[in-house]
Design a protein around this ligand. Sequence first.
Ligand SMILES: [Mn+2]
Length: 374
Amino acid sequence: MAFRFLHTADWQIGKPFGGFEAEKRGVMREARIETVARIAALAESRRCEAVLVAGDAFDDNTVADRDVRRTLDAMAGFSGPWIMLPGNHDALASVSVWSRLARLGAGERVRVADRAEPILLGGGRAAILPAPLKRRFEAADLTAWFDAAETPAGAVRVGLAHGAVANRLPAAADGNNPIADDRAERARLDYLALGDWHGFVEIAPRTVYSGTPEPDRYPANAPGHVALVEIEAPGLAPRIERVPVARFDWRIVRAELFGDAGEVDAALAAVAEPNRAIVQLVLTGALPLRERARLDGILAAWEARLFDLRVEDGDLQDEPDAEDLDAIEVGGFVRTAVDRLRARALDPADPERDTAALALRMLYVEHRRAKAGD
Ligand SMILES: [Mn+2]
């Protein structure tokens, strides 16, 4: 009988999301716990024999008791064992979230992988080899003991670790907590379940980062999933299914505007569920002033519909045209000033170009407002 389990990591329950408004922060923190409930339901419905959590279930060892209790409640939807590995955010220090777990209501099914020794599951059909972090940063490869680990004959061997696989991650990735890229091979593992890198990737043969199930930034690396893994027998290739579980859809949307602010509507129409979307909108191109004013209204409408919208418009130019300027019905020295501002705003070589453009836009908007108030 195949051994089937769910692999997840990096829940980071209690993450503060400091860059967001208080109301949104609360929703985002709650969403992570709801995602854990979805993971539990998935493991249950797909008849997994265990859920392996490869580190950083909690954002910090000081995570609030309330968050821990609510996470444990969310986990109750799965009737099998949870194997929880301490990661760097929730390292197994002398005082840690793990030492509070039993008091906060963790039952027998929640098992902390706190020692470098095999954990047998499925009546001895599988052996989990954990590499718990006892501190945030470890220079040694804690998975080295897997190589010589003895497990029952015929048992599937599954490693469980948290850190950076050597030579495989982008140079920007954290070099602490190293894991040999041939560990699965050297330790005769059928699968190495990893945490720390937030994207889903099979980074080496039988060596998989499940990524975070709930994204926490604008990603290029497929976060928002868990891995459903089935291993027919020791030595056979695992069947790995990537299953989406995230609530929030973090995405970067780019729109190049050529005179028409309505392009923003077209670009954002690709967001299927606005209330689940956390969008960074990057605007480039150029707009006449009347379209720039219309853009503000369009963005305000999207800001109300999307869960969160950040606009980057530093490379969007104002391009006041004759029609804009004619709308500013002034004569005399004000008209002269408008014409000079326009000339400077349109001159790429003018060091005061941005200031002139802003002044002109303000003048235009104020003028329209004054006219509307007439
Ligand atoms: Mn980590």
